[in-house]
Ligand binder design. Structure first.
Ligand code: ADP
Ligand code: MG
Length: 395
């Protein structure tokens, strides 16, 4: 262990009084935007797992003796201790723990074992999930393994979405995958929220007729109708600025998140899963590397074309215009993008145009269902699990 990590662990043990009575810190395994995560050994493991006479006072007074025994039997020896930064608001911390409690019996979702607070410091204790860093395996993953990876991820998302929860931050570092065991666990509900939180009407829920009316009367449209160039920005823009939850990670945000849709649904997570699949098929990580939301929209435009982005923007009552000539109207097929990314856009030794393997083509067909720009048409987790690409995993 590096000296600085050892020092950090020492500081944590010193500041969180009593933690070393229950846990022995082993290493620091994660440092995110919102927390630091440590691997630790649960020192009560032996007592709980080998001794059926559990100290009654230690267990929840609400659980039945049978439940207590069941709980204790599953107590893992190694845990991940998530130390949530004290700068996080108490509401945010509560939200994460509350959602995890709702999801405690969900397959492929890393369950919360317990949580502690000492002064302003909160720690969440989760079973330690053995996994490998995405960067180590994303270049080598074959299509049959991708099927299994995504079956695990969609199994998690099916439960999360059934519970009416948006994860909001689906990306490789939040899905701990173990290629050897072909098993993945979804973690990090720090940005998750219940569907419907802060909703106010977005044009995407209007009929297409009402939507057209609304857009025709927008300030920007009036500006264009007055003969102004699309590239000039309206000077007297008195629209109220639009506020929508944009939490998540650059490059994984769905178009409707970037377009500030005010009625975002669980389907935003399916888009992010699509970005992971595109990453695996193209063997490029990160696939998108935009600096901001506008950049991210342009990256999506470079694939799907200007026409599609105009339609998608209008869906949410936004007008999308770009005067950058390099974006084509129709965009490019995902097949072509993947061939480019994997250096197969030229001819093969027989002078034939190179093609994707049949199994890659099948993956791309499925990818189109995930990277569908209209959230209402995008495949759901439940449907994805029944899609031939996933349903045949492990065959
Ligand atoms: P943050 O909100 O800071 O991103 P995460 O919950 O995503 O926090 O955890 C950060 C990192 O810690 C993860 O990317 C992963 O590497 C590691 N980690 C989190 N939970 C576990 C776990 N249960 N088992 C093993 N490693 C974990
Ligand atoms: Mg994370």
């Amino acid at each position: 262990i590096e000296e600085s990590v050892a020092e950090d662990m020492q500081r944590f043990e010193d500041s969180f009084v009593g933690i070393n009575k229950r846990f022995r810190l082993i290493n620091r395994i994660g440092e995110g935007t919102f927390s630091t995560v440590y691997k630790a050994e649960d020192l009560e493991y032996n007592r709980y797992n080998n001794n059926w006479d559990i100290d009654e006072k230690e267990d929840s007074k609400w659980s039945s003796p049978a439940t207590k025994r069941r709980n204790s039997r599953h107590r893992p020896k190694y845990v991940a201790i998530k130390k949530i930064y004290v700068t996080s608001s108490p509401i945010r911390i509560f939200n994460e723990l509350d959602l995890l409690r709702d999801l405690r019996n969900s397959e492929n979702v890393c369950p919360l074992i317990t949580a502690f607070r000492h002064n302003d410091q909160v720690i969440a204790v989760l079973p330690y999930c053995q996994h490998r860093d995405f960067r180590e395996y994303f270049r080598d993953m074959k299509v049959p393994e991708m099927r299994i990876y995504f079956r695990n991820l969609f199994t998690a998302l099916r439960s999360v979405h059934r519970a009416g929860i948006l994860h909001r931050d689906i990306k490789p570092t939040n899905f701990l995958y173990n290629p050897e065991h072909a098993r993945g666990m979804l973690v990090d509900f720090g940005l998750a929220e219940r569907e419907g939180t802060d909703w106010h009407q977005c044009a995407c829920t209007l009929s297409s007729e009402d939507r057209r009316y609304k857009i025709q009367h927008s300030v920007y449209a009036a500006h264009l109708n007055a003969g102004n160039q699309p590239s000039s920005y309206p000077k007297n823009d008195n629209r109220s600025s639009r506020r929508a939850n944009r939490a998540g990670t650059r490059g994984f945000r769905a178009p409707e998140v970037l377009l500030k849709c005010t009625q975002q649904t669980t389907s935003i997570d399916m888009w992010s899963a699509g970005v992971i699949l595109l990453t695996l098929l193209s063997r490029r990580f990160p696939f998108f590397h935009s600096a901001d939301d506008i950049d991210a929209l342009l990256e999506i435009t470079s694939i799907f074309g200007r026409k599609k982005m105009r339609e998608t923007s209008l869906l949410h009552g936004q007008v999308f215009e770009t005067n950058i000539p390099s974006y084509s109207d129709q965009g490019h097929s995902l097949e072509k993008i993947i061939l480019w990314a994997t250096s197969r856009s030229g001819k093969d030794e027989n002078g034939e145009k190179q093609q994707l393997l049949p199994e890659e083509k099948e993956a791309v067909e499925f990818l189109y269902r995930l990277m569908e720009c209209d959230p209402a048409k995008r495949i759901t987790a439940d449907e994805a699990l029944r899609h031939p690409f996933i349903a045949r995993a492990g065959d």
